[in-house]
Design a protein around this ligand. Structure first.
Ligand SMILES: *[C@@H]1O[C@H](CO)[C@@H](O)[C@H](O)[C@H]1NC(C)=O
Ligand SMILES: *[C@@H]1O[C@H](CO)[C@@H](O)[C@H](O)[C@H]1NC(C)=O
Ligand SMILES: *[C@@H]1O[C@H](CO)[C@@H](O)[C@H](O)[C@H]1NC(C)=O
Ligand SMILES: *[C@@H]1O[C@H](CO)[C@@H](O)[C@H](O)[C@H]1NC(C)=O
Ligand SMILES: *[C@@H]1O[C@H](CO)[C@@H](O)[C@H](O)[C@H]1NC(C)=O
Length: 278
């Protein structure tokens, strides 16, 4: 059987290095760039991301979605790869509505716990609208109402959040309230609809060094451990001096090559690199 072997160069401005960094890596122009340890579920194969870091785009590609256990969905507005933080918000502008189902224990994420962003266990109470609940709970100033403004308790009742140890013994106003449920290890900002919420990831491979060097990051393919490899260039060089090239070798008689399809009827093997144009 004869083999048809074609080679051609394709000058392109993309930083196409492999199937993880060559396809779209944003949901929208102003969305966060998505790269290892994250991947876009429908566009990158599983090896491009680390388990638990799958993101997807909303159906109209306007937002970046992170699915958490128990059908909790958050939008990812920013990814800080160096500090390993994602900035999130609720798709419907009311994160407290999802708190009852929020359980991060099987995910790589948790709320960072620091001096100015501490996490607490809260109890949620359903109280008559006239309830005055002021000045009980640190860290708020006296006069804060502790009311969850985007939730209603049913029967026209309001919802209040207090330290989970709060009880009628300390707070007489709670006498006409009903404890609804506890929420665990969240910052008090989750009740503030305007707050910039953040989740951190500490377990996954640390790509901070690659990011600092302006490089992509991935797991070493030969490694058994979680060793990472820095490669490529996050900020490609100016287009006048250097172009990236891709070589497609089409082997009509050799099936099972990756990236088939874009080369007539042949199967395609893609190599990439950089070339200086004089
Ligand atoms: C995208 O879809 C969401 C609902 O999924 C909708 O609220 C939003 O307005 C849509 N945006 C555009 C630009 O169509
Ligand atoms: C969203 O983006 C995907 C991948 O780029 C594309 O296939 C799809 O058609 C887009 N959807 C809309 C509504 O633009
Ligand atoms: C969170 O999920 C884990 C694992 O499914 C479970 O063991 C734990 O009890 C859950 N925590 C809460 C507060 O429901
Ligand atoms: C409040 O949270 C702590 C720490 O998780 C727990 O030990 C305690 O039982 C909770 N208190 C109430 C009243 O639920
Ligand atoms: C994997 O390959 C890299 C170079 O590609 C090499 O530096 C490293 O030592 C290898 N690791 C193992 C565990 O073989």
């Amino acid at each position: 059987m004869s083999i048809y072997f074609f080679l051609f160069f394709l000058l392109s401005l993309s930083t196409a290095l492999d199937d993880c960094t060559s396809t779209t890596s944003k949901c929208s122009d102003d969305g966060p760039p998505i790269r290892f340890p994250f991947r876009l579920k429908n566009q990158h194969p599983p090896h491009c991301g680390y388990p638990g870091f799958d993101l997807s785009c909303s159906p109209n590609n306007t937002t970046t979605v992170l699915d958490l256990p128990n059908s909790v969905k958050v939008l990812v507005t920013h990814i800080d790869y160096k500090s390993r933080l994602i900035h999130i918000k609720d798709p419907n502008g009311c994160f407290p509505r999802q708190l009852q189902n929020l359980n991060l224990s099987t995910t790589p994420f948790n709320f960072p716990d620091s001096m100015d962003y501490f996490v607490v266990n809260f109890g949620l109470f359903s109280c008559p609208p006239s309830t005055k609940m002021e000045g009980y709970y640190w860290p708020y100033e006296k006069g804060h109402t502790y009311r969850v403004t985007c939730l209603r308790g049913g029967d026209g009742r309001d919802v209040y959040f207090l330290d989970n140890s709060s009880s009628i013994a300390y707070i007489p106003e709670l006498i006409s309230c009903r404890k609804m449920y506890n929420v665990w290890s969240v910052p008090y900002d989750v009740f503030d609809e305007t707050a910039d919420l953040q989740l951190q990831w500490l377990q996954a491979p640390d790509c901070g060094k690659c990011e600092t060097d302006g490089k992509f990051c991935r797991l070493m393919r030969n490694g058994t451990s979680e060793e990472i490899l820095c490669f490529g260039n996050l900020n490609p060089p100016k287009k006048d001096s250097v172009h990236n090239f891709r070589i497609f070798s089409c082997l009509a008689a050799k099936p099972n090559f990756p990236n088939c399809g874009s080369c007539l009827n042949g199967n395609v093997h893609v190599m990439s690199g950089e070339m200086t144009i004089q």
